[in-house]
Design a protein around this ligand. Structure first.
Ligand code: SF4
Length: 91
């Protein structure tokens, strides 16, 4: 996958089981909230499960490979990635 191809991230809270492997893999992007669901860390302290545009991520320099690895690490495939054309690129 080319660098910066990921343009949007969404966590499906119904699928997320709080396994936290995404947090371990990409701790600057994902965190668990009080309900043990993954949220996306965004600028200005915003934290929610998305949709979150790449441009508003708190860690603006995070590599696509790191985000993709986090999504791939999720046992329930709860992390959805989209490109700039809104095409789903994972899972
Ligand atoms: S790895 Fe998947 S199931 Fe685990 S916290 Fe992250 S999104 Fe949720």
């Amino acid at each position: 996958m080319a660098e910066q191809k990921i343009a949007k991230i969404v966590v499906d809270r119904n699928l997320c089981i709080g396994a936290a492997t995404c947090v371990v893999t990409a701790g600057t992007v994902f965190e668990l909230d009080g309900e043990n669901k993954a949220v996306i860390l965004q600028q200005g302290g915003t934290k929610n499960s998305g949709p979150a545009k790449r441009a508003v991520l708190k860690d603006a320099a995070v590599a696509d490979a790191t985000i993709l690895a986090a999504a791939q690490s999720c046992p329930t495939r709860a992390i959805f990635l989209y490109d700039a054309a809104e095409k789903q690129i994972f899972p």
